[in-house]
Write a protein that binds this ligand. Sequence first.
Ligand code: NAD
Ligand code: DAU
Length: 339
Amino acid sequence: MKLLVCGGAGFIGSNFVRQRVLEHGDAVTVLDKLTYAGREENLRDVADRDGYRFVRGGIEDAAAVADATEGANAVVNFAAETHVDRSISEPDAFIRTHAMGTFVLLEAARSRGIRYVQVSTDEVYGSIEDGSFTESSPLAPSSPYSATKAGADLLVGSYHHTYGLEALICRGSNNYGPYQYPEKLIPLMILNALHGDALPVYGDGMQVRNWIYVEDFARGIGHVLEHGVPGHAYNVGGPDEAANIEVVRRIVELTGASEGLIEYVTDRPGHDRRYSLGSEKSRALGWSPQVRFDDGLERTVAWYRDNHEWWEPIRSGDYRAYYERQYGRALGERLETLD
Ligand code: NAD
Ligand code: DAU
């Protein structure tokens, strides 16, 4: 296939591009704005492959999108602002990218008559106490992040319904694995534990997430791209659920850090309590997750331990200022109780 992958320099997008180029032999153009979360070095394994092209630009920029779409027979859109905490403190970019950006991409796919896959999230369904969401569950997003992602999903659906665009939606649960920016729970806790920094757990730590190893999600998106029915949404959820505090305790064990680093901090405003995705529909397409959480977490800890050169520039750059704003203390500042 000849794919345009938007947001391909981020965490999940770069894992997807690696699979499509190395395992499927696809020709891939990546369109990415390179925000704080996007890095061209995430794609260095494929950068010299025939058919690979990188275009720097925003999905809301029609000229950049027109250039990048040239020759593509499908678009897969990962491009997004993805951190819930940032959507609470600075929602502007979420609205621009998810609303305007998705619109510009849909118009480009419509004018060329090519297939379009929107990468979305379980957060559009909101929080669920028991059971799991199916694709027909109502959308009830709670944060500016999930509300703008839900808005984008609705727009994608409307382009299928109104214009007959071959559009599909793929909703994933919480991803973890290599190349994830360390603002997210798992890489943040791994790097802090390796450095002996505090492990900030929001609220009571009993919020539950449905974890999926990133390579499983990327493969699920490929499956939906190839076998999904236009006009449909597909949930692609992980095999295991865990409360945040259990995840943090497991990371403490795997890194050999002290449990004394765990610190309960002020909860996230509007914090969703539990996510859980039923994925029977994507399983019926022949996809299933291969990596259980215990194994994937061990691999992820090993990857961060072995790839200092990947995270050192992040931990010594703008991330420090973000961390200070978010946690009210400098990165590396020790807990008083430990001194
Ligand atoms: P990420 O933050 O690691 O990467 C996002 C990428 O998009 C970056 O490369 C960034 O530079 C790029 N980008 C941002 N705004 C852009 C714009 N306007 N134009 C072009 N590029 C832009 O994100 P991720 O965790 O890899 O998530 C990818 C997608 O998967 C998102 O749509 C997200 O909503 C969805 N998703 C994420 C998870 C998760 O657990 N991380 C779970 C389910 C779904
Ligand atoms: O569910 C899919 C979603 O998962 C994606 O759509 C989002 O892009 C992705 O960021 C993620 O959202 P969450 O809010 O679930 O992920 P995050 O890693 O920010 O937090 C996971 C849980 O851990 C959540 O309950 C908040 C908690 N947490 C997070 C951080 C960063 C803490 O307790 N302490 C922390 O420092």
